[in-house]
Every structure is written in C-alpha cells, then in structure tokens.
Design a protein around this ligand. Structure first.
Ligand code: FRU
Length: 490
C-alpha cells in the first residue's frame, strides 16, 4: 500500500493546517472554505456510511494554486460541515506532480476515491505532463493509495487521444459494474470525454468516447465531466475551458450541461443544446452526488479561474457553493438550495405588498448571512435594484432591467481593488410577469436563485463585514413581498 513518503506528506500537510488555520470568524459561516491556503474543484462528493463527504483540490501551503492535495470535510446535512484531515498528498511516482480532481463512491471494501495522478517528465528541456487515473481506499478518515496505481493509464486510450490532458474521473455503479468518465481531447485539440468500465474496481478497460465536441466550438478541453440520470433523462455536465462568449455562455471557462439520448449498447451520448449552469461571476467545476434519499445534489467551486478578487493578505482562498438540489422541468435543469438550509433559518421577517418608489429600506431587512426571497410584482417600472452587503461606501447589487428582460449582477463597488471582471448581464431565460429572487448570502458570497431556480447567479465579494445593509431601488413604483431568515448554527 501507499509508500511512507505519501503518509509523511499527508502528516506534514495536516500539521501545517493545524498550525496555520485562520480564526473561524474570518471564514464564511456555511460555505465550505479552506482553513488556510488555496482550494479549487469539489472532489469525491459522495455518501459513505450515511454521511456526506466532500473532498477538494487543496494547496494548504499558500493562497495560490500549487501541488494538489485533497482536503476533506464531512456533513450529515449538506450545510454544517466538519473539517477532516487532509486525505491525499502527492508523493508517489505516479502522482508526484499532484493529486488532481476526481470522485468517490461507497463500496463493500470501504470509501473509494478515484483521482488523477499527475507526473512531469523533462523531454529535451521541455516539461511534459502526464495524467493517469488512480484510486485510494479509506474508512471515511484515512485513505490509502492502491498498490496497483495508476489503474487507468493513457496507454489504454486509442491512438491520437491526449495523454497529457486526461483527467477528472467521475465514477458510478451500474448493474453490470463500475463506470468512470474522464475528460480528454484528441491530438487535434477536440474536447471529448472517455468512458472506462471495471467489474471489480481493479482492472479497468476502455469502452468508448461518451461525448465529443461535435461542432468543435466548445472550448479546448472539457474538465470535470459528470454523467447521471435525472428525472428520467440523461444529463452530461462538463466544464469547458477557453470559450468565446455567445448568447448562453460567457468568456473563459464555463460550467455547462447537456440533455440527450444515451445509446447503452454503443455507450455514446448524443446531446442537444448546451446550457450554462450558473450565470453569475464565480462558478466552475461542479460535481454531483446521489443523496441517500435519491436527490441529485450538485456543488460547485464558487470562483472563476480568471477573476480572483480576494484581498491581499487574506490567508485563505476560494470557497464552494451551497449544495443545490437539481430537477428537470420543461427540458431544463432547475436548481434550489438544499432544503436542509431551512433547519438553520432564524428570526423570520415577512413583509407583504410593500410599495417601493425610489430608494427604500426596511427595518430588520439587513445582514450578510441569510436566506431572503424577494417577489417583485409586475408593474410599470423599468429598473429595480437590490443592493446588499452595503454601507456608505460599498455594495454589491442585482438589477432587474425589466424592459430588456435582463438581470445584471454587479460587484464593482464591493471594495475590490483589482481591475478585474465585476459585472455580468444575462437574459432572463423564461420571463414571467414579475420576478422571484432568492438570495443566499454568506459573508463573502451571494447565490441568487431566479424564478425558483430556473437560473442562478453566484458571485463572491470581500466587502468589509460591517457592510450589512440591504436597500431596494425602483425608478417608478413596484410592489414587493420579502421573506428573510438569518442563517445561524446557534
Ligand atoms: C479544474 C481543474 C481540473 C484539474 C484541477 C487541478 O478546475 O483544472 O481539470 O484536475 O483543476 O487542480
């Protein structure tokens, strides 16, 4: 089993975290964030022995990306998470350059993690990176890498498939054994995801290209693939890199889904249109799991690779979204915050039929850690704005541009000091008379669920914590109803 060099590296990382953890008060209240250092993609999101486990790409030693470890936390309800020891550290010959993203599954032998082992080779002065799939088995706390690693190698791929871009395995079980889908691309640079099968989790063989960028216009690589059945339909999720913007997608890396037909004999997924999973500023590399009660739950990295706005000197970097329940209605995925958040609702404030004309504030409608639904009725106004995390100097906002049928999220005045992307305008995809907005605010983030989850806009902001006001602005008169709960574990 795993060499002592890996165990030493896990211990070193855990010791470092214990010595350098930032005070709890500095971290988000209910969004998973690293105790110190850098976090990216959610990994190994799975149930094991009745508990929910989330692992994540982790570099404890600095606030920027570095050799990837797997951080770990556990929850009974998707909202209150307990930090666990670091689960994986790089160090074996097959993962010396990092333990990249992957997934987890409960098996008869224990909690199985599947991850990408990255190695680097110097070829005539040029560094070449190789990516292969590895496994580790654990008891929910400690994880031991398999002696057979890597269990899936680039050599198993057909010719002209990349060995350098071959990562992020997502595993699941079917009647005829285990499957794993892995991100990949052809040597010509066409993104695709490849499928592997195993009867026993030890021996794996290549099955098919599950999906490929048919038109060749969806980026350079599909990272973090996921494939599952939801409400009787097959869903394929991926995070394509390097996209130009269009009506549906924004520039850069996006997180998207496709619905389509799965040919089980040929193991090919034929998809329809591409849809974005989040229209805000910070959302990438989501992963789903099947909860023990049958719900499909998704969590994403609430961060964009390109727009990092966190303050200099902050000793922790990046966070996850609140886990979201997924469902399909009228051929689209809808998302809602996990229902368990309601367990932590405190101090309800309910306002009905309030008229807003100009700038308006309401007593007790304030705070930075809350769940607030605002229903704006149809009216003759053109613009309606909600400003939050606000004080005299700073705010973040969501504006409903009714005439244009658009929403604009804007953190320009949130206190950020870099000239990086601060706002985004998106079409309301399924416009109705009026608008329903549910704000999930934690200290440094907002996830805004539009019209019962038809769209979500997520963004981070690092405004000083005393900016607690919420304010409503309308250019004419709008009637609103507001329901607000503080979220607290006390
Ligand atoms: C996505 C990603 C993955 C990779 C990981 C490395 O954000 O680039 O493809 O496994 O991050 O940290």
């Amino acid at each position: 089993m795993s060499g002592s060099s890996t165990e030493n590296k896990v211990k070193k990382a855990n010791d470092y975290v214990q010595e350098n953890r930032v005070p709890k008060e500095e971290l988000p209240v209910f969004h998973i964030a690293p105790l110190c250092g850098w976090m990216n993609d959610p990994n190994g999101f799975s149930a094991y022995q009745g508990k929910m486990h989330l692992f994540y790409q982790y570099h404890p030693y600095s606030e920027v990306w570095g050799p990837m470890h797997w951080g770990h936390c556990v929850s009974s309800d998707f909202v209150k998470w307990e930090e666990m020891p670091v689960a994986l550290a790089p160090g074996q010959t097959y993962d010396a350059a990092g333990c990249f993203s992957g997934s987890g599954i409960e098996t008869g032998e224990g909690h199985l993690l599947v991850y990408t082992g990255v190695t680097e080779e110097d070829q005539n002065g040029i560094k070449i990176m190789y990516q292969n799939q590895c496994i580790a088995l654990g008891d929910g706390t400690n994880y031991i890498k398999s002696e057979n690693n890597p269990v899936v190698t680039g050599d198993m791929l057909p010719e002209h498939f990349s060995r350098e871009n071959f990562r992020d395995p997502k595993i699941w079980k079917e009647k005829d054994g285990y499957y794993m889908v892995v991100g990949n691309k052809t040597d010509e640079g066409i993104p695709q995801v490849v499928l592997f099968h195993s009867d026993d989790l030890r021996e794996w063989h290549y099955v098919s290209v599950l999906a490929r960028d048919r038109e060749g216009n969806l980026g350079t690589m599909w990272e973090c693939p996921d494939f599952f059945c939801l409400d009787g339909q097959y869903v394929f999720v991926a995070s394509p890199q390097d996209l130009p913007a269009d009506e549906e997608l924004h520039n850069g890396n996006n997180a998207v889904y496709f619905l389509g037909e799965y040919d089980r004999n040929r193991h090919e997924f034929d998809y329809n249109q591409v849809y974005s999973l989040d229209d805000g500023l910070d959302f990438y590399a989501p992963q789903t799991m099947l909860a023990p009660d049958g719900r499909r739950i998704m969590i994403g990295w609430m961060q964009s690779w390109d727009s990092n706005i966190r303050p200099v000197g902050q000793k922790w970097a990046c966070m996850m979204t609140l886990p979201r329940e997924l469902r399909i209605e009228h051929g689209k995925i809808l998302q809602s915050p996990v229902r368990e958040i309601e367990k932590y609702h405190r101090d309800p404030v309910c306002l009905e039929g309030k008229e807003i004309n100009g700038i308006c504030r309401f007593p007790k409608i304030c705070g930075r850690v809350l769940d607030m639904t605002v229903e704006i009725m149809e009216g003759d106004y053109e613009e309606f704005t909600i400003l939050f995390a606000k004080n005299e100097r700073f705010h973040t906002s969501l504006t409903y541009l009714k005439k244009k049928n658009m929403l604009e999220i804007d953190r320009t005045c949130s206190g950020m000091v870099r000239d990086t992307i601060a706002s985004r305008k998106v079409k309301i995809k399924n416009p109705k008379a009026g608008l329903k907005l549910r704000f999930i605010l934690d200290k440094y983030s907002a996830e805004i669920f539009v019209n019962d989850g038809e769209q979500v806009l997520s963004t981070t902001f690092y405004t000083p914590k005393d900016a607690q006001d919420i304010c409503f602005v309308c250019d004419k008169t709008a009637t609103v109803s507001i329901k607000k709960y503080t979220i607290s574990f006390d």
